[in-house]
Design a protein around this ligand. Structure first.
Ligand code: GDP
Length: 428
């Protein structure tokens, strides 16, 4: 399969890191196309844990080309730190294995500050951002005041653009928030250092990826966050600032839509969500607590504890449908082991009316009454299972039941954090 899109089909943290890492084995080029350093993919290799924020998971496989495309909001300080940490663990991060788009927008200190300050004003309407400046960076991109990686590398553009930006942002910091202004000289100095450290990696990555595709190389597009956090299709405004599904690839990479040949969603066997916002199947009782403990549901970037709940077939159907998913991969099935029964949201009722699609309105989402169905659980440890037929019958039935409800086949299960803890699922 020359091009494959792999994306999160829930609210992020679906365990994409591990799955994409596995898939990267069969790819020549791995491309990250949206989001910023708020996403943290966790990949466990031989007991060692790697948390990747910017760099595609393909970096852990020697000889792959990893691309940070133009749709990503690049935090140079974080990216350089990530490069250094990987190198310290003998991972080869070179101009041959990592390329960064000249078109990607850059996150500066003023973006981070704005992120924190804006949340303070929102009170109840807080989005629960990670405070990494990603939202403000994308906002500047849309209002055409942002700086791109190419601008960093061009000394005089950098100076004049940063000067103009800070002239405006500093007024905002001082007058609106009563904060100290940022020092232009210091910011320019910092940006110059980033530019010289990043320069060897920078190129027109869109051209690079299209060429690789033309030459018949296999390209894997890796997403961050999940479709339910998509800026257009998610639970707006409690969303991230980019397009998190396959819809983000064309713009984020500069790659023709019709050349994206396959799309595979990743979803947990249950649901989690970080931060504020609608989460119809949230379980605030002991079952939710159990999922959090057993599933280690604490953010890899922020350490924040995740809200936990049941698999939501309504939301999943929606996420797979708008993404045109050919199949999906179910992760963390092992976390359900030991539950006497496993619940799934099979329908929504809003104001007495049954809805067969995911509501667009926040007001409707806050009034959703979820219809659940449940199936018996299983007690056997499944972390060592590698063949579908060796799973307990109840686990197999759970998988088939969900496939049926969401209308797309599950092609693989994940039953533990390690690379080899997967179970291929035969098609029915
Ligand atoms: P991502 O952002 O989608 O990559 O997800 P995270 O990396 O934040 O969360 C996934 C977490 O679950 C990591 O700690 C993984 O090591 C772990 N993990 C991934 N797949 C499985 C699985 O099938 N079972 C268990 N128990 N843990 C898993």
């Amino acid at each position: 399969m020359p091009t494959l899109s792999v994306f999160g089909a829930q609210w992020g943290d679906e365990g994409k890191g591990k799955i994409i890492d596995r898939m990267a084995r069969d790819a020549d080029v791995v491309v990250r196309y949206q989001g910023g350093a708020n996403a943290g993919h966790t990949v466990v290799v031989g007991g060692d844990e790697y948390i990747l924020h910017h760099i595609p998971s393909g970096i852990l496989h020697p000889g792959k080309l990893n691309v940070i495309a133009g749709g990503v909001a690049v935090d140079p300080a974080k990216l350089l730190d990530e490069i250094e940490q990987l190198r310290a663990r003998d991972v080869a991060v070179t101009e041959q294995t990592l390329r960064v788009s000249a078109r990607a927008h850059v996150i500066f200190e003023h973006h981070r500050r704005l992120d924190h300050m804006a949340e303070k004003f929102k009170g109840e309407g807080r989005i629960g951002t990670t405070g990494r400046g990603i939202g403000p960076c994308y906002a500047d991109k849309a209002s055409r005041t942002g700086l791109r990686v190419a601008d960093l590398l061009d000394g005089s553009t950098l100076e004049s653009r940063l000067q103009a930006t800070l002239a405006e942002k500093n007024v905002h910091f001082e007058r609106v928030h009563g904060e100290e202004p940022l020092d232009l000289g210091q910011e320019i100095e910092r940006a110059r250092q980033w530019a010289s450290d990043l320069a060897p990696f920078v190129c027109d990555t869109g051209a690079l990826v299209r060429k690789a595709y033309r030459e018949g190389r296999t390209v894997l597009f890796e997403a961050a966050q999940g479709v339910m956090l998509d800026v257009d299709h998610g639970t707006y405004p409690f969303v991230t600032s980019s397009h998190t599904g396959p819809d983000g690839i064309a713009a984020g990479v500069g790659f023709p839509v019709r050349s994206i040949e396959r799309a595979v969603g990743i979803a947990k066997a249950y649901c989690t969500r970080v931060g504020e916002g609608p989460f119809p199947t949230e379980d605030e009782g002991p079952d939710g607590e159990r999922l959090r403990e057993v599933g280690c549901e604490f953010g890899s970037t922020t350490g924040r504890s995740r809200r936990c709940g049941w698999f939501d077939a309504v939301a999943m159907r929606y996420a797979l449908e708008i993404s045109g998913a050919d199949a999906w991969i179910m992760t963390k099935l092992d976390v359900l082991t030991g539950l006497s029964e496993v619940k799934v949201a099979v329908g929504y009722v809003v104001g007495g009316v049954t809805r067969d699609s995911f509501p667009a309105e926040l007001a409707d989402l806050s009034r959703v009454e979820v219809t659940y169905e449940s199936r018996p659980g299983w007690t056997e440890d499944i972390t060592g299972v590698r063949r579908f037929e060796d799973l307990p019958e109840a686990a197999r039935e759970y998988v088939r039941w969900l496939e049926d409800m969401v209308g797309a086949p599950v092609e693989m299960l994940s039953v533990g954090p390690e690379r080899d803890q997967v179970v291929p699922v035969p098609s029915v």
